[in-house]
Design a protein around this ligand. Structure first.
Ligand SMILES: [Zn+2]
Length: 411
């Protein structure tokens, strides 16, 4: 098993294949039972600078230090993303002589001059909580400079104890969901304080409870706040948020078959060939994360297409976004013909393009990944423009029609 891989945690990313690794050196693998501590670091690099992220730290640790890979098991980025870089039973390098028994978590930032973001704090709390739950032998959390020989080190420079204890209080409040366990000194007023409901709501939710006679340990109902209700409704109307790749693809109206997932897994670098795709939970979650990421990035990044009838990178990106595949703006593996010569985002080569295959499936023509006269004619029929089997280089009618549809997120 892979120790420390928790794909179900919010904002968790299996990042093991994304960080640089030394060509020959490897971290020693240890017995998980010996891992009894968690060490907290900051990266000492300001948030938002280029290279101030897990990828950058890994490059530095490999190229400058000659290490096997990044010295931490996890990096928590300013947006709260938890990048899982090394299994936690590996002897990575971060606290010298204490590496054997310590798991390294690094928060990106230079906390001498800035503070961890709320998202980072939240993710740290969840991650530490999860590690302790999964590995009960963990009995201590320390900052880097609380380790022997490191008192001089300005790491981690934020009050991690406060973050963890406040986070735990929050979590235990929320953990019970719609009920709350009465603590010493509680009144309806103190329970409602700081929450998004008031005493009246609390009384309505607990008709049989006498607010004057609360008992320690008594369970009372917590009314759903307006905000929580709104979030629940939003979730219903929005895209799929779960962990099933099949449901995710279905929610986008895409082919969710095993074979198609295998092709997506190859195209997105999850496996090297369709035969090594076995549909395991790990492969599926990785693929899901990549696709979601591509979609999110695409949504953030791409604004309205200019309707210019010229099929360039922007148009290809929007097509990829709308068809739910990885967004790189390139139509790869094409042969030279009258059509491809006029598409600016085409790359000549072999193997066809996933995007063209996706388009061909929708268009109901032969699915081979190559765009030529037949696919173009089908595209023109779909877009309702004159069927010629040709695409003009500039100001093409079919491309203009397609761009208009893409701006409405339809193909
Ligand atoms: Zn440190």
């Amino acid at each position: 098993m892979i120790h420390g891989l928790f794909p179900d945690l919010p904002k968790f990313k299996d990042f093991r294949l994304q960080v640089d690794r030394h060509s020959t050196k490897r971290f020693p693998v240890l017995d998980m039972n010996g891992k009894t501590e968690i060490a907290i670091h900051h990266s000492l690099t300001r948030q938002g600078l280029s290279g101030s992220n897990a990828e950058g730290f890994a490059r530095y640790h490999v190229n400058a230090n000659g290490w096997p890979s990044i010295g931490y098991s996890y990096v928590i980025e300013p947006d709260g993303t938890i990048k899982f870089c090394n299994p936690v039973n590996w002897r990575t390098y971060h606290v010298g002589n204490s590496n054997n028994f310590s798991i390294g978590i690094c928060l990106t930032g230079d906390f001498r001059y800035e503070d961890p973001t709320d998202e980072q704090k939240k993710s740290l709390v969840l991650l530490v909580e999860r590690l302790k739950k999964e590995y009960p032998q963990i009995n201590r959390v320390r900052s880097h400079n609380e380790y022997p020989d490191y008192a001089w080190k300005k790491c981690c420079e934020f009050d991690y104890k406060k973050v963890l204890s406040e986070g735990n209080k929050e979590a235990s409040k929320e953990e019970l969901g719609s009920t709350y366990k009465v603590q010493e000194g509680d009144t309806f007023w103190s329970i409602a304080k700081g929450r998004e409901f008031d005493v009246i709501d609390l009384e309505h939710a607990n008709p049989k409870v006498d607010p004057q006679k609360l008992q320690i340990g008594q369970m009372i109902n917590i009314p759903a706040s307006e905000k929580e209700k709104a979030t629940a409704e939003e979730k219903e109307s929005n895209e799929y948020h779960g962990n099933s790749i099949v449901k995710y693809l279905e929610s986008l109206g895409l082919d969710s078959s095993y074979n198609h997932r295998a092709r997506l897994a190859v195209k997105n670098g999850v496996v090297s060939s369709t035969s090594s795709y076995k549909g395991t939970a790990q492969q599926n979650i990785k693929l899901l994360n990549i696709l979601r990421d591509a979609n999110t990035k695409a949504e953030q990044k791409y604004e309205e297409l200019v309707i210019d009838g010229s099929w360039g990178v922007a148009t290809t990106r929007r097509l990829q976004q709308v068809l739910g595949i990885v967004v790189d703006g390139v139509i790869s593996g094409q042969v030279i013909n009258g059509v491809t010569r006029n598409i600016h985002s085409v790359e000549f080569g072999r193997g066809g393009s996933l995007l063209i295959r996706e388009m061909q499936k929708v268009l109901g023509v032969k699915v081979d990944g190559y765009i030529g006269i037949n696919t173009t004619k089908a595209l023109q029929r779909r877009m309702g423009t004159t069927v010629t089997g040709r695409i003009s280089r500039m100001n093409s009618a079919v491309v203009r029609a397609m761009q208009r549809r893409l701006n409405k997120n339809i193909f």
